[in-house]
Design a protein around this ligand. Structure first.
Ligand code: HEC
Length: 186
């Protein structure tokens, strides 16, 4: 028994580390706690402060990454249920109808030409719309722009007629559902 204890002590001595006194042990334990905490605090400070900016560090900002990985061909998600935004009569006129109607090309009644428009205005909105939608002579259906809705054409006709002395009221916007169905009909 005594022999065993002796052996154990010898064994311990053989493996003795640099810590020899209780005081050293206490200091070691304290340092073992404090040093990592200081390192962690420094790291946190480094990360949080954000004041350091190495060359190319801008390359990892969310904006820079987003712009790098965005698809080559941009696309916009179209909400099919969103209410359609109609062009105003003036916008339709200026984008499509002005080509002929501003100068009176091919016998088109000139915009603002009261004399030319008076009989047309007298014929009524329905007659004007029929020509505007279906065409007549050199007047192409929908002014040659099939993407325009009937409502937009009506607005353009009202705009043009009113430029030449007409006093048609602004047409009412069609209900979203019905119009979408009508527009998508083949
Ligand atoms: C390619 C030339 C051209 C374009 C583009 C054009 N028009 Fe015309 N438009 C004409 C001509 C030509 C006439 C005369 C037709 C006739 O009386 O024979 C006419 C006549 C009209 C009339 C009179 C209809 C009637 O009762 O005689 C209306 C209304 C009209 N256009 C509306 C429009 C609107 C709205 C647009 C644009 C969305 C448009 N036009 C674009 C050539 C054009």
């Amino acid at each position: 028994m005594n022999q065993t204890a002796d052996n154990a002590e010898k064994h311990n001595e053989a493996h003795e580390g640099p810590i020899k006194t209780p005081k050293q042990l206490v200091v070691t334990i304290i340092l073992a706690f404090i040093v990592p905490i200081i390192i962690i605090l420094l790291l946190i400070n480094l990360v949080v402060s954000g004041s350091f900016q190495g060359a190319g560090s801008q390359a990892l900002t969310p904006e820079a990454i987003a712009s790098r990985i965005k698809p080559v061909a941009g696309f916009a998600l179209v909400d099919a249920n969103a209410p359609k935004v109609f062009k105003t009569g003036q916008q339709v006129y200026e984008s499509t109808c002005t080509a002929c109607h501003a100068a009176g090309v091919a016998g088109a009644p000139k915009t603002g030409d009261t004399a030319a428009w008076a009989p047309l205005i007298d014929s009524g909105m329905q007659a004007l719309m029929k020509v505007a939608l279906e065409g007549k002579g050199a007047m192409p259906p929908k002014g040659g722009n099939p993407t325009l809705s009937d409502f937009e054409i009506e607005r353009a006709v009202v705009y043009m007629a009113n430029q030449a002395g007409g006093s048609f009221p602004e047409p009412a916007e069609p209900a979203a559902e019905g119009d979408a169905a009508a527009d998508n009909a083949p």
